[in-house]
Ligand binder design. Structure first.
Ligand code: 5GP
Length: 205
């Protein structure tokens, strides 16, 4: 059995597009992917669990993590920090597992700088009207926060060019199927597997 490094998948896209829903549905199904749980300074929402949905940190703790270079990427988004733990991602990839990040677009751009071989998937809203409805109907935020998130969403859509794939989220089930197809295809790419097959040939001949 030839040891291979895992592939880093990044699901990103504008606020309210349904990244969290697609990610949760993907992980409901049988998968070998490892989800990287993010750090955040935002308040826990009802039903969320520390260490499952996020690792909840104070601003001081988070800023310390930044200084210690413990984050692979981080972004300040609607007045809160969000970031990806570096050690977990690097170790898990090294062990040969695929890692899945679900993060906003500023962070995704930072990951792209460090991991150009990562697979970047942009989740696209069916329409801006739909996006607005989703952000409003979530109902957990004040009007000001909703407006902020919508403004961010417009700017975020413009960052699509940095991505490898675009998946329209008009139906969660279909979007998940498409993400699974992307994951499967990436594992079949010649440049990823050619060296394995060459080794097999060398061993056998
Ligand atoms: P929420 O507060 O709704 O859970 O998340 C807000 C936004 O932060 C979402 O777009 C989510 O994808 C993003 N996010 C979650 N974790 C991370 C992270 O570790 N880094 C970055 N850059 N964004 C994140």
């Amino acid at each position: 059995m030839i040891e291979e490094k895992g592939i880093l998948f990044i699901l990103s896209g504008p606020s309210g597009v349904g990244k969290g829903t697609v990610r949760k549905e993907l992980f409901q199904q049988k998968t070998d992917l490892k989800y990287s749980i993010s750090m955040t300074t935002r308040n826990k929402r009802p039903g969320e669990v520390d260490g499952v949905d996020y690792f909840y940190k104070s601003r001081e703790e988070f800023e310390q993590l930044i200084q210690q270079n413990k984050l692979l990427e981080y972004a300040e988004y609607v007045n809160n920090y969000y970031g990806t733990p570096r050690d977990y991602v690097e170790k898990t990839l090294e062990e040969g597992h695929d890692v899945f990040l679900e993060i906003e677009v500023q962070g995704a751009l930072q990951v792209k700088e460090n991991f150009p071989d990562g697979v970047f998937i942009f989740l696209f809203p069916p329409s801006l009207e739909e996006l607005k409805n989703r952000i409003v109907s979530r109902g957990t935020e004040s009007t000001e926060l909703v407006l902020n998130r919508l403004k961010e969403a417009r700017n975020e859509i413009e960052l699509m060019d940095a991505y490898d794939y675009v998946v329209v989220n008009d139906d969660v089930g279909l979007a998940v199927e498409k993400v699974q197809a992307i994951i499967q295809s990436e594992h079949l790419k010649r440049e990823r597997i050619a060296s394995q097959y060459k080794k097999i040939l060398e061993d056998e001949l």
